[in-house]
Ligand binder design. Structure first.
Ligand code: G1P
Length: 309
């Protein structure tokens, strides 16, 4: 480890770090992988079982102690704002009909956390989308959650990363193993074990990262899963990041700079992620999350067993 990074780690372990209160949810993409469904509706509003995808991600934020989410939107995304807004007429209607549970369900969505919106005017990449949120984040650490990766469960991946950040004072990103022939679909990390209590073997120190390498060029099969907890220094790194893979400003490329200048950890998080970012992944996520549903999961399982496959 370089002296600069060691100094940063030492300085940050002396208690100067701040609580992670905010999260950025990039939601400006055109959703072309989901056409025709996304012709006139945002992909973030596609429903998995009974909730739009972005609500799963917002709920992960709440369960992780995040108080304020910043959604980076673009054209045609107004239904996201409507979804998190209050709906007095609907609530009144439900209350008058005696459907108090449903009224409460609707109310909870608008009350669960503070939501701010900003726009990415041009599709210049994930890194650029995060940079657009700079003023709203300010000078404090924050989480980034990609909306097409769903990680339901009682121990949120974002909370696990926050625990690493708040304990060590250095950014952390969630990783998981992927098949070697799938590395071109992800950011891949080059990382070495850096075990320490209470994180143990799950904690790795990142030496480098590559966005979507061909299997032959991949430094490992540990893929970035779409959950990040980062210091505000990432914004300066993003300012210095040139367009990379796909001619877009990649968050992964800014993370390379951050890893070199301040250090960065990878964390093999506990849990299962569903990549609902394409049609097949979306179907798998829908089936698996439906099977876990306390109300109708068992009945759905029985139904699936009757299918002649
Ligand atoms: C993005 C990131 C990539 C990460 C992936 C996780 O890619 O750029 O590093 O591994 O999300 O889903 P995207 O899937 O948006 O192309």
């Amino acid at each position: 480890m370089t002296d600069t990074i060691t100094a940063t780690l030492n300085a940050s372990s002396k208690g100067s770090r701040m609580k992670v209160r905010k999260a950025v949810l990039p939601a400006a993409g055109l959703g072309t992988r989901f056409l025709p469904a996304t012709k006139a509706q945002p992909k973030e509003m596609l429903t998995v079982v009974d909730k739009p995808q972005i609500q799963y991600v917002a709920e992960e934020c709440v369960a992780s102690g995040i108080e304020h989410i910043i959604i980076v939107t673009g054209k045609g995304k107004n239904s996201i704002e409507d979804h998190f807004d209050s709906a007095p007429a609907l609530e009144r209607f439900l209350e008058e009909k005696g459907r108090h549970d449903q009224a409460e369900l609707v109310r909870k969505i608008s009350n669960m956390l503070q939501v701010s919106y900003t726009r990415q005017k041009e599709p210049l990449g994930l890194g650029h989308a995060v940079l657009v949120a700079r003023d709203l984040v300010g000078d404090e650490p924050f989480a980034v959650l990609l909306g097409d990766v769903l990680i339901p469960g009682k121990n949120p991946a974002t909370k696990q990363l926050i625990d690493v950040y708040e304990s060590i004072g250095v950014g952390a990103i969630a990783v998981e193993q992927v098949p070697k022939d799938k590395t071109h679909l992800y950011g891949i990390v080059d990382a070495v074990p850096a075990p320490q209590p209470p994180f143990g073997e799950r904690l790795l120190r990142i030496r480098d990262l590559v966005e979507k390498p061909k299997p032959a060029n991949a430094p490992s099969n540990l893929a970035i899963t779409g959950r990040y907890v980062l210091p505000s220094a990432i914004f300066d790194c993003l300012e210095r990041t040139k367009p990379g893979a796909g001619n877009e400003i990649q968050l992964t490329d800014a993370l390379r700079i951050l890893a070199k200048e301040q250090g960065l950890f990878a964390y093999i998080y506990e849990g299962i992620s569903y990549d609902a970012g394409d049609k097949l992944g979306f179907l798998k996520a829908t089936v698996e999350i439906a099977l876990q549903n306390p109300e109708f999961g068992a009945a759905f399982r029985e139904y699936l067993k009757t299918l002649k496959l």
